[in-house]
Design a protein around this ligand. Structure first.
Ligand code: AHR
Length: 681
């Protein structure tokens, strides 16, 4: 550095420290405010970005029942392989016939590629299963190989097994494969007996080590990542997938329960939306279906929030004639009523029995039902009415979640809220994928009017109407920035407003949840993975920090309004320009008797703060959890560097001041950071 550069650097430092004035906040630790709903922070699951098949659902075989429109999608076939159509499962009737090749040096074989290959770990066990029969009677053998096709010679084989098939009846056969090394792109080969014709169906391979060890289970690492978020609510199955590309491809929960072999295939609503895949292969086997969703909710100790079709196909993609007419709605309404019976009904009721037969005689105790995803205007409002009537009549305790549509403000959004109030929806599902300005409360409409956005958004909401479900949101950075550190900090800032308004906001779920690095069509997303590895985005950690520190009651946290010359008026700490981009909120947690304060610094300079803990006395130690990053605001976690940015624990001494020895917290909040302080009361 030359002299001129050094003096410039000093000048810059001086100007930074001059502008970083201390902000003083008061927390009223005595008066408990509104309860924070136990459902406040949760999960939004949708099968987008290969979130279910190829993602959370641990099945490694793609097109296991040969039901894709091209029945051999995902398969290589060799020799005498014939597609048949009268199999043992009426909703998935296809299977393949493996006939002898007719020559000792030829073979009949099928080989599955998995989803972007199959990720297998050396030394771990994988459960192979297959339905098979010998159509002419007698015995046959099937050889099973797990292979690495990139390697030649003996090293190609990662593991092998065989099953002995006998008789003309369809039966399920299983074998354990134990790969000798880890490989992300394995294939599964099934060889027919060279002398006997053998029929095979529902070819499946799962890790034995699934989440909770279930045979039809979930990927251990991904399910654990969800559990570690400590969700209070779990919304499923979407998203637009509820509506489908058209009505025919909407999500129909009844097709997703019962034996997995007989859950009919559905074309995924996101099938046609890949920019890099002109021949997509995105289907839903429903192996992860409604039973499994409810089971996960039970595992995580959170409330299930299923969302069902209101009889509208996706309004973005379809004209008026694509929807169910008003006099065609009864089957859709029945789907809602039957779902409540499936989840909550006695084990001897029609749908309760389906649940009991799947191994869960006890009810799932479902309390919420979403009707319609991102619907808008009269076609939605008029259809919703008979649903509300029917559910209210039969199940008055179920809370109904309506929607304000895809906009976060504007005429249609307002109209949606009015309609939801009229129909007395319990909650309104709002969606906002918006940019940095919006999350920081600075966005304007085309006419230059300030939008109701950022951390102050909910301060002005009508307290007498339905509650808010912020059902899908994420900060989408300008300039194609995704999941980068800075936008996650802005999400944290916005969420102070959710927490401060816990009297009106009952739940909030970031979206979308999952993305496979080789098969995504939407970003940012909360959790990313390939076939073997996973990483949590910074947004994940923001969500986790809130969910694990949500508290039981809001506490008032204010600062003096710098614009008020008399110095009497107080305002929430919500990052107005005068507060130098600081956002803060406070809650009380009954079980631990702690005051929990969250402070987000969205500015690019460290900020000195003082927090007066009114009605608390004496010196104390605050536990701190900090999300900060010394590198670029554009950095993000990756598969190769999954822990680059994550929360760190620490402590901070709080002093006691004045005659009353009031507890006082002094800190310097790092630039662009999110810090939580927990102080025993
Ligand atoms: O989360 C992705 C999509 O965004 C959802 O399917 C839809 O509800 C919204 O438009």
């Amino acid at each position: 550095m030359n002299l001129k550069q050094i003096s410039c650097a000093f000048a810059l430092m001086a100007s930074l420290s001059a502008s970083a004035q201390q902000h003083v906040m008061d927390v009223n630790t005595k008066k408990l405010g509104a309860p924070v709903s136990s459902t406040m922070y949760g999960l939004f699951f949708e099968d987008i970005n290969y979130a279910a098949d190829g993602g959370l659902y641990a099945e490694l075989v793609k097109n296991r029942s040969f039901e894709f429109p091209n029945p051999y999608t995902g398969w290589d076939i060799s020799g005498k392989v014939t597609l048949m159509n009268d199999g043992p499962f009426d909703k998935n009737p296809h299977y393949v016939r493996l006939a002898p090749s007719g020559h000792r040096d030829k073979h009949t074989m099928i080989e599955n590629h998995g989803f972007f290959g199959m990720g297998v770990k050396g030394g771990e066990e994988y459960r192979f299963s297959i339905w098979a029969r010998v159509p002419d009677g007698g015995n046959a053998k099937l050889w099973i190989d797990l292979v690495d096709n990139a390697t030649m010679g003996d090293d190609q084989k990662l593991g092998n097994a065989s099953v002995d098939v006998s008789g003309k009846e369809w039966k399920k056969y299983t074998a354990i494969l134990k790969p000798n090394r880890t490989f992300a792109k394995a294939h599964l080969r099934v060889w027919g007996d060279s002398h006997v014709t053998t029929d095979v169906e529902h070819v499946s391979l799962f890790p034995v080590n699934t989440y909770k060890g279930r045979e039809n289970g979930m990927r251990q690492d991904l399910a654990k990542a969800l559990e570690d978020l400590h969700p209070g609510v779990f919304r499923f199955p979407g998203g637009c997938i509820v509506e489908g590309t058209d009505l025919a491809t909407r999500y129909q929960w009844k097709n997703t329960v019962g034996p997995v072999e007989n859950r009919p295939l559905n074309e995924n609503r996101w099938h046609y939306t890949f920019t890099n895949r002109y021949f997509p292969d995105y289907f839903q086997t429903y192996g992860l279906g409604f039973f499994e969703f409810f089971q996960l909710c039970e595992d995580f100790g959170c409330e299930p929030l299923p969302v069902l079709s209101v009889g509208l196909a996706c309004q973005f993609q379809n004209g008026d004639d694509a929807h169910a007419k008003m006099d065609e709605l009864q089957p859709f309404i029945d789907d809602c009523l039957d779902l409540i019976e499936f989840a909550n009904g006695p084990a001897d009721s029609k749908w309760g029995k389906v649940r009991a037969d799947m191994g869960h005689p006890a009810p799932f105790n479902m309390k919420y039902l979403g009707i319609g995803n991102e619907q808008w205007d009269t076609p939605y409002y008029e259809r919703l009415k008979p649903f509300v009537k029917a559910v209210r009549e039969k199940y008055p305790n179920i809370k109904i979640v309506g929607t304000s549509g895809p906009d976060s403000e504007g005429a249609m959004f307002e109209k949606g809220w009015v309609a939801m109030k009229d129909q007395k929806a319990d909650l309104v599902d709002e969606h906002f994928y918006r940019n940095e300005e919006w999350f920081l409360g600075k966005a304007k409409d085309r006419d230059g009017n300030k939008l109701n956005c950022g951390a102050l958004r909910y301060d002005s909401y009508d307290r007498k109407g339905p509650k808010v479900f912020a059902g899908e949101y994420a900060c989408h950075g300008r300039g194609k920035k995704w999941n980068h550190y800075e936008t996650s900090i802005y999400e944290a800032a916005f969420m102070t407003g959710i927490e401060r308004n816990a009297d009106i906001v009952e739940m909030a779920t970031y979206a979308p949840l999952f993305a496979h690095v080789e098969g995504w069509q939407w970003r940012p997303d909360m959790i990313w993975y390939d076939n073997l590895r996973t990483f949590n985005s910074v947004s994940y950690y923001v969500q986790q920090m809130y969910a694990m520190n949500k508290g039981t009651n809001v506490l008032s946290l204010t600062t003096k309004d710098p614009a008020d010359a008399k110095g009497k008026k107080t305002i929430p700490v919500a990052g107005q320009d005068v507060l130098d981009g600081l956002h803060a909120t406070a809650v009380y947690e009954k079980s631990t008797n702690e005051v929990i304060i969250k402070v987000v610094n969205t500015s690019m300079q460290d900020q000195p703060i003082k927090i007066n803990l009114l009605d608390m006395k004496g010196e104390r130690t605050a536990q701190t959890i900090t999300l900060k990053h010394a590198g670029s605001p554009n950095d993000e976690n990756t598969l190769d560097n999954p822990q680059m940015i994550r929360p760190e624990n620490g402590t901070l001494a709080c002093s006691a001041t004045g005659k009353k020895q009031q507890t006082e917290l002094n800190d310097r909040v790092p630039r662009l950071s999110f810090r939580i302080y927990k102080i025993k009361k």
